[in-house]
Design a protein around this ligand. Structure first.
Ligand SMILES: [Zn+2]
Ligand SMILES: [Zn+2]
Length: 341
């Protein structure tokens, strides 16, 4: 792993992960920035007991790339950005407008996948995907050591349709100081499965899916399938065929294999419609304090687009009742994804 770490003008950390040796990433941040002061608040809904982060300061955050000054492009003379170096492969830094940190605890980081403003992860060469995998694993290890962190969630929102405020290829990492609701539900299901049937819930799911009609793609060590009760028009889960708690639990060659499969799936998603598919990619690494019952992570890739010009909106049933309705059968979605790309 080729990592160079530095500090931005307001005290935030930045880490460069390079494909190989021989790159000087020590450029200083010459901006005049006010001190970095995260100010989010965590509240618990008394009815559903679900946690909600209140982060009003984010209303003023950077939107779009007005004037050609994208904050995620490398710095140019006279145009300093969030990334002081004049080039990079993968860069990770503390989010300037975080929804965690401060009194709430936790941390949010931005991960830039390429210096190329118009790049997409699907089109990156295999070596870069491997560097991204190494960066994700390294950040997961570091963030897992922070006091109070319970869960390290790696994700990417690609496309304005799914809320990406910057088009430059990037994702984020949230180190939650509490258990997010989906992970809490999976931990409960995994505990229940262990009591009733013994063994790992996800191992049982992967074994069943591998023999079923919803497989999209796979390798010797990973399986990609549309889940039985997919919520989204096109949704794929990517899981190791053996228990691995998070990305740090994979050997480098295993993670490289996973990233190659991930690239294949992104290309299949982009092949679904005429133009690039907006997507969300979520890596459900297992929570740090429940690994006695749940130690098998998975990735979740999905789009809200159900047809060329149709988006799946979260209306009353989904948003209000939390009851999802999917207009495409998971078996039909798997068939299309197998033929795509
Ligand atoms: Zn850019
Ligand atoms: Zn397992």
């Amino acid at each position: 792993m080729y990592r160079t770490s530095g500090t931005l003008a307001d005290g935030r950390a930045i880490h460069y992960y390079d494909d190989g040796p021989g790159h000087d990433r020590r450029a200083a941040d010459e901006r005049d920035l006010a001190a970095f002061t995260p100010a989010a608040e965590l509240r618990i809904d008394p009815l559903t007991r679900q946690p909600v982060l209140i982060a009003a300061h984010r209303q003023t955050r950077t939107a779009g790339s007005a004037g050609g000054r994208c904050p995620l492009c490398p710095s140019r003379p006279g145009h300093p950005s969030e990334i002081p170096a004049d080039d990079y492969h993968v860069a990770v830094f503390d989010n300037r407008f975080p929804s965690l940190g401060g009194a709430v605890g936790g941390r949010t980081e931005v991960v830039c996948f390429s210096a190329g403003h118009d790049q997409s992860v699907a089109a990156l060469p295999r070596q870069r995907l491997e560097t991204i995998g190494r960066a994700w694993a390294d950040r997961t290890a570091r963030l897992s050591e922070l006091p109070g962190v319970q869960s390290v969630f790696v994700f990417e929102n690609r496309g304005a349709e799914v809320g990406a405020t910057l088009s430059h290829p990037h994702g984020q990492i949230y180190a939650y100081p509490y258990l997010p609701p989906v992970q809490a539900a999976v931990v409960r299901a995994a505990r229940d499965h262990r009591v009733r049937h013994g063994g790992c819930l996800l191992c049982a799911v992967v074994e069943r899916e591998a023999a079923g009609p919803r497989v999209v793609s796979g390798t010797g060590r990973f399986l990609a399938y549309v889940p039985e009760a997919a919520r989204w028009p096109y949704e794929v889960h990517i899981a190791p065929r053996r228990c691995a708690a998070d990305l740090t639990a994979l050997a480098d060659d295993e993670r490289d294999e996973l990233m190659a499969l991930y690239g294949d799936l992104l290309r299949r998603f982009d092949g679904l419609f005429d133009d690039p598919t907006p997507y969300m990619a979520c890596w459900h690494q297992t929570p740090l304090h429940h690994r006695d019952v749940h130690a098998h992570f998975y990735g979740q890739l999905f789009t809200i687009r159900r047809d060329v010009d149709k988006l799946k909106y979260l209306a009353s049933s989904e948003s209000g009742a939390g009851a999802f309705i999917n207009d495409i059968t998971p078996e039909a979605a798997a068939h299309r994804l197998r033929q795509s790309g």
